[in-house]
Ligand binder design. Structure first.
Ligand code: ZN
Length: 346
């Protein structure tokens, strides 16, 4: 990654402009179509890159301005999936959703995000990050009427993701992140094939690889679930030892305002850690000191040169001004700690 100490980056989405999609709504449908939609996504990406750069974010992403949904937008580009006859399914064992159905062999007929990533590459000289869904989370966001095995389907997706990731890398993407919130739910499958499928998706990549695991966006179903989890969210204890032994470079987790005990970070010692120091379920903008304090506490469990200050998850549902202010808070908080660490070294 970059040579900056404590390089900042966001996990995923930023709010979309109101002319592109209905604001303050997760997975909001596009307001444009055809060429207008392509141009609109590019303009929104320009704005997202500019805001990140001006507010001191080091590793730049498109703020997911090119996606409606972090999983289904990718799946829409695959053959073998029926989007017409949606099925109701329980997602992450938590909330019902109407999802597409796998009805034949899944295949990537053409690149999905590669043109978008090439465009992002033209907008900045800073390092860029692209996000893809992880194989297990893809499986858990679909109804399967063809493979009859979550594992088998995951391996198919891993192969497809690997093709896409290699082309993103060739397009100049420095960091490729896989979102695997399902790793905090299906512990047996994570051990049996989840981590292995993820490693397979990353096979042969020279780009940095990240796995983002979390307790979900700040939506009601997730907030209600979190309320049942008690005072110690120890879920990461299941996947982190496996990830520590894996080929994945960086592990991303939520921390600020969560009940995740920070000592879980010790379980991935040696890996880079993207630590969430910005709450995405609360519109109150953090002070730089609050951000610095969250990061400071983590230094007991992760070396400073491996810590990447980040958000807990995506910020799509926030009003735009709130999300942008949180970007500034993130970089200001990282700067506070960077200065402290520089002082220590002198
Ligand atoms: Zn997340």
């Amino acid at each position: 990654m970059t040579s900056t100490l404590l390089p900042t980056s966001i996990v995923g989405s930023l709010p979309k402009p109101s002319w592109l999609a209905e604001p303050e709504k997760l997975w909001s449908p596009w307001k444009l179509a055809g060429d207008q939609l392509r141009d609109g996504k590019q303009d929104a990406t320009r704005a997202a890159v500019l805001e990140q750069a001006q507010r001191g974010i080091d590793i730049i992403s498109d703020g997911e301005q090119t996606r409606q949904h972090f999983v289904t937008t990718f799946i829409e580009h695959l053959s073998g999936v029926d989007f017409e006859n949606k099925q109701t399914m329980l997602i992450r064992n938590r909330y019902e959703a109407s999802v597409p159905s796998v009805v034949g062999a899944v295949e990537r007929k053409a690149p999905v995000f590669v043109e978008d990533a090439k465009f992002l590459r033209t907008l900045t000289n800073q390092q860029i990050k692209w996000t893809l869904p992880g194989p297990m989370t893809m499986v858990d966001t679909l109804h399967d009427a063809y493979y009859g095995s979550r594992e088998k389907l995951a391996w198919e997706f891993a192969s497809i993701l690997n093709q896409e990731a290699k082309e993103l890398e060739a397009a100049g993407v420095d960091v490729i992140q896989f979102d695997e919130p399902a790793f905090n739910v299906f512990f047996d499958e994570v051990a049996d094939w989840g981590v292995a499928a993820l490693e397979s998706a990353c096979e042969g990549l020279k780009a940095e690889t990240v796995v983002h695991i979390c307790f979900g966006y700040g939506i009601k179903a997730n907030n209600d679930w979190k309320a049942t989890l008690g005072t110690q969210w120890r879920h990461y204890e299941k996947s982190f030892p496996l990830l520590q032994r894996s080929s994945i470079d960086t592990v991303s987790l939520e921390s600020h305002h969560s009940n995740v005990p920070l000592e879980v970070v010790e379980l991935v010692r040696g890996k880079r850690v993207m630590l969430g120091a910005i709450d995405v379920a609360n519109q109150q903008v953090e002070t730089p000191e609050e951000v610095a304090e969250t990061l400071r506490k983590a230094l007991e469990y992760v070396d400073a040169d491996k810590l990447i200050p980040s958000t807990n998850c995506g910020m799509a549902p926030f009003p735009r001004d709130v999300a942008l202010a949180k970007l500034s808070a993130l970089s200001a908080g990282a700067a506070v700690l960077r200065e402290e660490l520089a002082g220590v070294r002198v």
